[in-house]
Design a protein around this ligand. Structure first.
Ligand SMILES: *Cc1c(COP(=O)(O)O)cnc(C)c1O
Length: 411
């Protein structure tokens, strides 16, 4: 949708964060100037802002297919929504001390679960197969055996690294049948795949503004009517007492608008953006040897592809891509900086020699097909350049010397 004639940097890191849509910036600006009222105030300054708050809530409702406006709680980010959901489930059901989640969650869920484990809770982490798919039989077994002990199931709707989509609607129904609460971290899925929450058994859902062209620092927790709940932040009566703190009005207005635009662009995302992603993947696989897409490519977000380039380092690829004016990501931004490959790649059993070289390309509606061609042209020489330096790569391909393959460090 952007002007393809200007040769600007190519941004393919939209699962890390997105550009704020110019139309979103426009609607939020008045909330820094004239519209500075507190929505709780009983005067015209407050009333006007209060009406806008209501409208933003309706815009979120429409995108998610939510029936009651009381089911939308504005928060400060996806992480806060995840923490609130899980901690609320534990607080509201103190007799239940177990959680079901997966090994491939975002750190916003996994780190919290690790902390809770140290605090005496039991966390069942569902494993994935080599394509990143969950084993629903294992899930059913734990649900049945531990039903009375499980406080909450928390499974992401789509994985941020591979784009793999999980069958959360089916899993929520299984949880409901076992009378267990179900939460989904839908931060990556909202706006990319259609949702109709009123016709699901999902009790709680997290989303984040900055992953769908709204600013950083605003999120939503969807809380189904009748779901037992304990607030994380107590104080004023904002959000019906379920999330105290004066509303971040400019960002909430922005998120509402971004949800409205996401609904309008959903079809484009699943046709044009998907076509660009498919062309990018196909172009790279056709011109580079020893690389493969990771995750469940059949059930994947339309904007994401994650490619493992064997025998080279993801960080090095990123640096050279960056030099060529292309922004992507290796592993997840939250785990990079460590030498370990991402927990998602390890969970799928991707060999070390490939897991170290995974690159995530995540698109948005602002990308163009011309940009994909630029990336397809740049990648082969970057990979060749790095393989020349790789101790695992010889004259005519990988060196099949196990001692070298498992050498602890690069020469
Ligand atoms: C980005 C992300 C989060 C965290 O959202 P913030 O608003 O940055 O706190 C949580 N879960 C997933 C899957 C994400 O991609």
């Amino acid at each position: 949708m952007s002007d393809p004639t200007t040769l600007k940097d190519v941004y393919l890191d939209n699962n890390a964060t997105t550009m704020v849509d110019p139309a979103v910036v426009e609607v939020m600006l008045p909330y820094f100037t004239e519209q500075y009222g507190n929505p709780s105030s009983i005067h015209s300054f407050g009333n006007q802002v209060g009406r806008s708050l209501k409208k933003a809530r309706q815009q979120v409702q429409a995108l998610l297919g939510v029936e009651h406006d009381s089911e939308i709680i504005f928060t400060s980010c996806g992480t806060e929504s995840d923490s609130t959901a899980i901690l609320s489930a534990l607080k509201a059901q103190p007799e239940r001390k177990e959680i079901i989640t997966t090994v491939v969650e975002h750190p916003a869920v996994l780190s919290l679960c690790d902390y809770l484990e140290k605090d005496g809770y039991t966390v069942h982490k569902l494993k994935v197969d080599s394509k990143g798919r969950l084993d629903l039989d294992e899930y059913a077994r734990i649900l049945t055996e531990r039903a009375d002990h499980i406080a909450v199931v928390s499974v992401m709707w789509a994985n941020n690294e591979t784009g793999t989509i999980f069958p959360v609607e089916e899993m929520a129904t299984m949880a409901a049948d076992a009378e267990v609460m179900f939460h989904t971290d839908a931060v990556q899925a909202v706006g990319k795949i259609p949702m109709d929450l009123k016709n699901t058994d999902i009790d709680m859902l997290s989303l984040s503004g900055h992953k769908l062209h709204a600013p950083k620092g605003v999120g939503v927790l969807y809380l189904r009517r009748g779901t037992r709940y304990r607030p994380l932040l107590r104080g004023g009566h904002q959000e019906r007492g379920r999330r105290a703190g004066t509303e971040n009005m400019a960002s909430i207005i922005a998120l509402g608008k971004a949800c409205e635009l996401a609904a309008e662009k959903m079809a484009y995302e699943n046709t044009e953006v998907k076509a660009m992603r498919d062309r990018l993947q196909e172009g790279i696989l056709a011109s580079v040897s020893h690389c493969f897409p990771t995750g469940d490519v059949e059930n994947r977000l339309p904007n994401t592809c994650n490619i493992a380039f064997e025998y080279i380092e993801g960080e090095a690829i990123l640096m050279l891509l960056n030099k060529a004016g292309i922004a992507a990501s290796s592993g997840s931004a939250c785990t990079s900086g460590s030498l370990e490959p991402s927990h998602v790649m390890m969970a799928m059993g991707i060999p070390y020699t490939a897991a170290h070289g995974t690159i995530r390309f995540s698109l948005s509606c602002y990308n163009t097909m011309d940009e994909m061609e630029r990336v397809i042209e740049a990648v082969p020489s970057i990979v060749a350049q790095l393989r020349k330096l790789s101790p695992y790569w010889g004259e005519d391909g990988p060196i099949e010397d196990p001692e070298k393959l498992f050498a602890p460090t690069y020469a």
